[in-house]
Design a protein around this ligand. Structure first.
Ligand code: SF4
Length: 501
């Protein structure tokens, strides 16, 4: 059953759990072959119905996490927080939203990579600290949390959750800095890794990005001719469209923005660290209608498809995307190559979201549940399939077999990024190196395994160029190169398969 965790809401005891309508998590299927993002965040300042604005923002960010969602609001006096398991629309019914009064809100939608997959670790996290009540919502993963947590516990910190986001709040609570904003800046400069954060006290909103700018976070404005504008923040700009907010700018790497009744102020709490924004946001995670890291995702994906056609073109009759994420790159490939684009695979959008399931039999069944070939388009054709990644290889093999089984004469697979050879430690749930097929096999071995007539990946230089990087800088590419921008990595996760035998 979906459940809610309610804090600070009048008339309801703290941390009450109650039944909620919606999707039971155990009904989700178990087959998603894709890598997962950890979460999306939103914040709203200066709106009479801030909770509903946060809800709309989260609704637009649902693709970034489907396990749990939460909204905290503040009205200058109180700070209420409701979070639940399931999808945003199932948790935040009208009745629930009415329990969240105030002109300020922060929200979070989550797929967990760190901390237990449980309601307690859903966000926003609300902590009553020495600096007052603070609610925090965080996208990304900290990589030095073990050391800091141990130090904080020695200093008497008591952790309510196993989520790394709470570490930031505890650092704030234990900071010796005089003002809250100094304490936040002091705390953020002690943690390493990926974080795009929104925070709220009873009367202020804060937004910050880590010094490398791994995860996106943008600021927007809803114009109000009769009073102060509403200031909003979101992981992706597609959320602004639903809110009718104008995109104003990105929160900069290493920047801490504060919004109060007096307006917006900002400080750079960290300088001089090279930017390493996650390039996989452009390859797969972010929605194509979002502008992140200063560039439209649609433009990057279109260019990736074009570059792929230039680098590894092959004679064929039709271009077929693996829906939905392969579509934009496939359109670019088709335009560049002059080969017609066809929806030769249809995705069933009603299958529901998926959990990783070790049992291969269930995974295989799931691919057929989710995708179905359009036989009359594929029969007798030489097909170029466009996808955005091969992780273990088993799903790609299933899709290649499916297309061939529908009568395709040849099946050529093209991947719109380089081979995934190393896990991510910055908020993307990748398998360890020993389970990544490209970390352990050559491209020819992978081609044989997936039973394609040919297989090619986009080059690293090509991908960087397509994302607007002319000098190869500005992006993290660690899952394609093994070159991590931080010193802290989990050594066990980066051992190849041969080392574990
Ligand atoms: S390792 Fe890959 S997925 Fe992770 S932040 Fe870097 S580019 Fe993104």
């Amino acid at each position: 059953m979906s459940r809610l965790l309610i804090q600070g809401v009048e008339g309801i005891a703290n941390a009450t759990e109650m039944g909620a309508p919606g999707l039971a998590s155990e009904t989700w299927d178990t087959t998603d072959p894709k890598l997962r993002e950890e979460c999306g965040v939103v914040a709203v300042h200066g709106h009479p119905d801030a909770a509903r604005q946060a809800y709309l923002g989260l609704y637009a960010l649902q693709h970034r996490g489907q396990e749990s969602a939460g909204i905290a609001t503040a009205d200058g006096q109180r700070l209420a927080n409701i979070k639940g398991m399931g999808l945003v629309s199932e948790i935040f019914t009208d009745d629930v939203l009415q329990k969240l009064p105030g002109q300020m809100a922060i929200g979070h939608t989550r797929y967990s990579t760190t901390g237990d997959s449980a309601l307690l670790n859903a966000q926003p996290i609300r902590v009553d600290s020495t600096k007052g009540l603070i609610a925090i919502a965080h996208n990304g993963n900290l990589v030095n949390l073990g050391n800091i947590r141990a130090r904080l516990e020695r200093d008497g910190a008591y952790f309510q959750t196993t989520s790394d986001s709470e570490i930031i709040v505890q650092l704030i609570a234990h900071s010796k800095a005089g003002s809250l904003v100094d304490a936040i800046a002091d705390s953020l400069s002690q943690v390493d890794g990926a974080f795009s954060i929104v925070m709220m006290t009873r009367d202020r909103i804060f937004a910050a990005r880590d010094p490398r700018g791994f995860r996106p976070l943008s600021m927007g404005r809803i114009r109000n001719p009769e009073g102060p504008d509403t200031i909003v923040f979101a992981s992706e700009t597609c959320a602004f469209d639903l809110l009718r907010a104008e995109y104003e700018r990105d929160v900069l790497p290493g920047e801490l923005v504060m919004v109060t009744g007096d307006g917006v102020t900002s400080r750079q709490y960290a300088n001089g660290v090279p930017q390493s924004s996650c390039i996989f946001e452009h390859v797969y995670f972010a929605r194509p209608d979002s502008r992140i890291f200063g560039r439209w995702v649609q433009e990057s994906r279109d260019q990736m498809g074009r570059q792929l056609a230039r680098e590894s073109g092959v004679p064929a009759d039709i271009i077929v995307p693996v829906p939905d994420s392969g579509v934009t790159a496939a359109l670019g490939y088709a335009d560049e190559s002059g080969i017609p684009f066809r929806f030769g695979l249809i995705r069933n959008h009603y299958v529901g979201r998926t959990f990783i399931e070790p049992e291969q039999r269930v995974r295989d069944f799931g691919v057929r549940l989710k995708l179905n070939p359009v036989r009359n388009l594929l029969e007798g054709k030489r097909v170029i399939l466009i996808d955005d990644s091969i992780i273990r290889g088993t799903t790609s093999r299933k899709i290649v077999r499916m297309v061939r089984g529908a009568g395709a004469k040849e099946v050529h697979l093209r991947i719109s990024c380089p081979p995934t050879i190393s896990p991510c430690f910055y908020g993307v749930d990748t398998p360890s190196k020993r389970d990544l097929i490209a970390a352990n096999q050559s491209i020819e071995e992978i081609r044989r395994f997936i039973e394609a007539d040919s297989l090619a990946y986009l080059s690293l230089d090509g991908m960087l160029k397509c994302c607007g990087s002319t000098d190869g800088k500005g992006f993290c590419t660690a899952c394609y190169t093994g070159n991590y921008p931080t010193q802290w990595v989990d050594v066990d996760e980066i051992l190849p398969a041969t080392a574990s035998i």
